[in-house]
Ligand binder design. Structure first.
Ligand code: GLV
Ligand code: MN
Ligand code: MN
Length: 410
């Protein structure tokens, strides 16, 4: 093992231990549930801020609740390289998605402080997953200056609006524009993340670089029929919303396979939800991802065609509400070369270049600066699940690679 890799291993163990400690910050004991603008978000912010301070970083929380730690000064006009990832999770999450990247960034910024011609700024984004308000990338969209006023009325499962959640967290919605880095002198954005798929694991390679991040759209679909007696209603008089939804759900998989895109229905609810009542309403989500925007959009058009046909045939109605849209993002050659140099310095195998079907903060940050990512091996590729894992050694290699990548940009 070469010298940067050895230093990386020590730092990897510390970063890994911190990921474990953060997993204890959860809304539901025994699992990991950490959502935007909740008490757990505040607690995680305080914990991570302490680690940033230990590494000599100056910290603040921005107008969207993102945690920043810099080797420079908050208002500095020096150019800055942003490193980071997110601190929020999906429900019943793993321990490494997002946080491993923030912990890695803290290690790198602490080590390189004062030795770079630019400031290093670590950001722990408050919302990437979109778990609480349904709209993903809220933290990084605020930083990118692409916040939309329509989002203030988004509500969580308890009917709390995003605007009220801001106020309760101690943030002023009127000041959201101040979180924007649109006019800052940015060198770029580099993120280390677990792969969330099996490519590196299957190839027995610890690290790879990311060439592009999937384009994504998410929808809430409501299928409306008629709830009636399950015993007394003849089949030819039924308007069963669930059967209509079920056809559409199966079509999501069929269309995805035919078009080589990635469509998922992750939630489906039926009302009134009684054993002896024909479903009157079925509501489900669609998460559609593709390498290119047009593939994603064409598949959504085809799915709309299926909904039209099924609704006509079964005497149903449907409503399609878009809740998230993000274009495909292609990583910059300049940052990608630096990331590749970093990975090449710490592993003997060739450096794989991967497409990321998973979404990342870099998708939003790309609106204001060049982005690139380093992926770490994720055993079995399992993520968004409690069994999600990265080894301390691979995390150490990720840290060592990021350190070299940052140096390469100097
Ligand atoms: C985030 O992890 C996403 O890809 O949905
Ligand atoms: Mn995730
Ligand atoms: Mn993530």
């Amino acid at each position: 093992m070469n010298a940067p890799a050895m230093v990386g291993q020590r730092r990897g163990r510390r970063a890994w231990d911190r990921c474990q400690a953060l997993a204890a910050v959860t809304a539901v004991p025994g699992r990991v549930d950490r959502f935007y603008l909740t008490p757990q978000h505040r607690q995680a912010t305080m914990l991570v801020a302490g680690w940033m301070r230990e590494s000599g970083l100056r910290i603040w929380v921005d107008e969207a609740g993102n945690l920043h730690g810099t080797t420079g000064e908050r208002g500095s006009h020096r150019p800055r390289l942003v490193l980071g990832s997110h601190l929020d999770t999906v429900p019943d999450a793993g321990r490494f998605d997002g946080v491993a990247g923030v912990m890695a960034a803290i290690e790198v910024a602490g080590e390189l402080a004062g030795s770079m011609p630019f400031d290093l700024e670590v950001v722990g984004f408050g919302d990437e997953e979109g778990t609480r308000f349904g709209h993903a990338l809220l933290g990084s969209r605020a930083l990118a200056g692409t916040w939309e006023d329509a989002w203030w009325s988004l509500e969580d499962a308890d009917g709390v609006s995003l605007e009220r959640a801001f106020l309760e967290f101690g943030l002023d919605p009127e000041r959201i524009g101040a979180a924007s880095y649109a006019n800052r002198d940015l060198v770029g954005y580099l993120e280390v993340h677990i792969e969330q798929g099996p490519t590196l694991d299957r190839a027995h390679v610890p690290l790879g670089v990311v060439s592009s991040i999937a384009s994504a759209r998410r929808f809430q679909v409501e299928v409306l029929g008629e709830s009636r007696h399950s015993g007394g209603t003849p089949f030819d008089e039924r308007h069963d919303a669930l059967l209509g939804a079920a056809e559409a759900v199966v079509a999501v998989e069929r269309l995805s396979l035919e078009r080589q895109v990635i469509g998922t229905v992750g939630r489906l609810e039926v009302a009134p939800g009684a054993v002896n009542v024909i479903p009157g309403t079925a509501t489900f989500t669609v998460d559609m991802r593709a390498r290119h925007d047009h593939e994603r959009d064409d598949t959504i058009d085809a799915l709309t065609g299926v909904l039209e046909e099924v609704s006509e045939r079964r005497g149903l109605r449907y409503r399609l509400q878009e809740i998230h849209a993000a274009p495909a993002v292609f990583c910059s050659e300049r940052l990608l070369d630096a990331a590749r140099e970093g990975v090449d310095a710490v592993q003997t195998q060739d450096v794989p270049t991967l497409f990321s079907p998973a979404g990342h903060d870099g998708m939003a940050v790309a609106a204001v600066t060049d982005v690139a990512m380093i992926f770490m091996r994720n055993p079995d590729g399992i993520s968004h699940h409690p069994a999600e894992y990265v080894s301390p050694d691979d995390l150490g290699l990720g840290i060592a690679a990021l350190t070299t990548a940052v140096r390469a940009l100097a």
